[in-house]
Design a protein around this ligand. Structure first.
Ligand SMILES: [Zn+2]
Length: 349
């Protein structure tokens, strides 16, 4: 054991666990890879897997001491104490599980010294990373929305990540209402309510829209590959890039409702930057649609917001949650953060 400090960034999702060891300047010391979460087998085995991933990579981090860990867990959770409340993505065996305490105990047992840690929602952590190292450049305020199977959100400015009164919701923008839930066409969200943005914008919703288009025999090149493709998101966006009208319309609808929610966030939080991350960054025209629609929604009297609110794709990539989680842990511990990321970290998975 040496004494160069390393910060462990971890990401616990419904399907996979990922880990990366960073230096305090965010050079990647070791990529711990990915293991399946197997959430239905319960949280204890997932914690054990995380520790095993760290120990198996030990030859790659010789000469370092794990100083801190910072992670992402799905919510709803009381992130301040690191306790999952009830996660629909992880299942009932994770209800009321004290994640932070359990991982701290497991790391202490495995390493023989104490490693303090902290957790956040993955997109909230990514928003913090984006403010510090990405489109925020450390000074500008950033509202981030990330489009994946759901749509997460987060807001951070120079004073830090906005955490809310109970540190539970963390700007979960996917569940804001973009249409009246009593209207007959208001679609059902994964959370059980109708009219939420996520029910229009997420990849889950876009895939349903493809299914519906195929069921009514719409003319689309997706017809031949949809049942067999291993990456529906990429297939959909590739079809849109190739000019497929059905695919384009589906992405247009997704961007339209995201723009409504982001416009609302702009009116509430007045960020310098509205950033869009997640899988949709693969489809370059998406951000142009969001920017155009956010712009059109600002009332004439708020010209200053229209002119000065930037709408851009996020800069951090797939490891944004781990970078942001590690950065939040460092901030909590009073460690200074760098002003930018090394190129290899910015572009890593
Ligand atoms: Zn919802």
């Amino acid at each position: 054991m040496g004494d160069k400090p390393a910060i462990l960034g971890i990401d616990v999702g419904a399907t996979g666990i990922k880990g990366t060891l960073f230096s305090p300047n965010f050079e990647i010391i070791a990529d711990l890879g990915r293991r399946p979460t197997e959430a239905d087998l319960g949280p204890e085995q997932a914690i054990a897997k995380m520790v095993a991933m760290l120990l198996e990579a030990r030859p790659n981090w010789q000469g370092h001491r794990i100083a801190l860990w910072g992670g992402n867990i799905p919510g709803p959770a009381r992130y301040g104490e690191g306790r999952i409340l009830r996660s629909p993505n992880l299942g009932p065996t994770w209800d009321n599980f004290g994640f932070t305490d359990a991982l701290c105990v497991a790391l202490n047992d495995a390493l023989g010294y104490s490693v303090p840690g902290t957790v956040a929602n993955d997109v909230a952590a990514a928003a913090f990373g984006e403010q510090r190292f990405g489109v925020g450049g450390g000074t500008r305020s950033v509202y981030l929305a990330a489009v994946g199977g759901g749509v997460g959100g987060g807001f951070a400015d120079a004073s830090g990540l906005y955490k809310g009164a109970r540190h539970v919701c963390q700007n979960h923008i996917g569940h804001v209402y973009v249409v009246d839930p009593t209207l007959p066409y208001a679609p059902l969200c994964g959370c059980g309510k109708r009219g939420h943005m996520e029910a229009f914008t997420s990849f889950t919703s876009m895939f349903l829209a493809v299914d519906n288009a195929l069921a009514r025999n719409a003319a689309t090149c997706l017809k031949d590959e949809w049942a067999t493709t291993s990456n529906k998101g990429k297939s959909l966006m590739d079809a849109a890039k190739a000019g497929d009208a059905v695919a384009r319309q589906i992405l247009e609808v997704s961007a339209h409702y995201l723009a409504i929610a982001l416009h609302n966030a702009a009116m509430e939080f007045e960020p310098d930057v509205l950033a869009v991350g997640g899988g949709v960054t693969y489809y370059e025209p998406y951000i142009g649609i969001v920017a155009r629609e956010v712009d059109a929604l600002f009332p004439e009297t708020w010209t200053v917001l229209r002119e000065e609110t930037q709408v851009v794709f996020a800069q951090l990539k797939n490891n944004a949650g781990r970078v942001g989680g590690a950065a939040l842990a460092m901030e909590k511990a009073g460690m200074p953060l760098p002003t930018s990321l090394p190129a290899a970290t910015l572009n890593a998975d």
